[in-house]
Design a protein around this ligand. Sequence first.
Ligand code: NAP
Length: 269
Amino acid sequence: MAVPHPSSTFRAVVTGASSGIGMELARVLARRGHSVILVARRGDVLEGLADELRGDFSVEVEVRAMDLSDPSAVATLCDELAEREISVLANNAGVATFGPIAELDAAGERAQLRLNANAVHDLTLAVLPQMVARGSGGILMVGSAAGNMPIPNNATYAASKAFVNTFSESLRGELKGTGVHVTLLAPGPVRTGVPSADDASTVDDLVPDFLWHDSSRVAEMSLDALARNKMRVVPGTLSKAMSVAGGYSPRAVVAPIVGRFYGKLGDGA
Ligand SMILES: NC(=O)c1ccc[n+]([C@@H]2O[C@H](COP(=O)([O-])OP(=O)(O)OC[C@H]3O[C@@H](n4cnc5c(N)ncnc54)[C@H](OP(=O)(O)O)[C@@H]3O)[C@@H](O)[C@H]2O)c1
């Protein structure tokens, strides 16, 4: 089998569904007929999306407003998901910080690691047994091109995404022949809104328009790849260049170059 067809009992889970790539993943899943469980902290935004998806696609939508950097909240969600029929898990929620880690808020850096890595690990372990027993399911891991290389001035994020990238591709090897699909989305820059002249960030200033990918397109590509059990989705020119640089260039050469770029993000982002 593969990713199960939508049914009244199956649920596709999207973490970080209140914005950006996660919101688009939820929209694409619902358009394809999947009933969904939406997870993020901002319950009001999730409720708005839930109304939209119920209205547009006649699917069941459940909202779980929670902080996935809080281990007890993650444990509660894991207990629930282990008991439900989960067809798809999209491990998407993630945050990044920029700048020298010694100057960043230590509590925030720890929370980032728990969200970007521990929650991904915990949620995956919660749904895997049922997927393997059933011989069907799909896990989409949202890592990053940033996880392919050392990145000074983005240390917690790059290391957490290295975990996601490696976990995804290792897990996939173990699951060969089980019917459970695992796909890694490892993007470079993905535009998750239309920046106005007033709120355009330093990232927008530094990355030219043609290198950005649109989040709805990235969501479509990722779910198509998951259906085909592709190993890795790398959308766009810059993502591919970062993947090649991270995979084939000496790390001692790459680190100072990308570190200088990410240092500029730390100055203004
Ligand atoms: N956009 C890019 O250029 C890019 C590039 C490479 C990789 N990625 C990865 O793609 C994923 C999505 O990125 P995005 O750009 O779409 O991000 P985004 O628009 O900032 O959305 C992040 C999502 O994560 C949720 N989230 C953040 N902290 C959370 C927490 N503690 N608990 C629960 N949910 C939390 C946010 O919802 P609440 O605030 O409501 O909690 C939001 O729904 C991330 O893993 C990111 O690292 C993005």
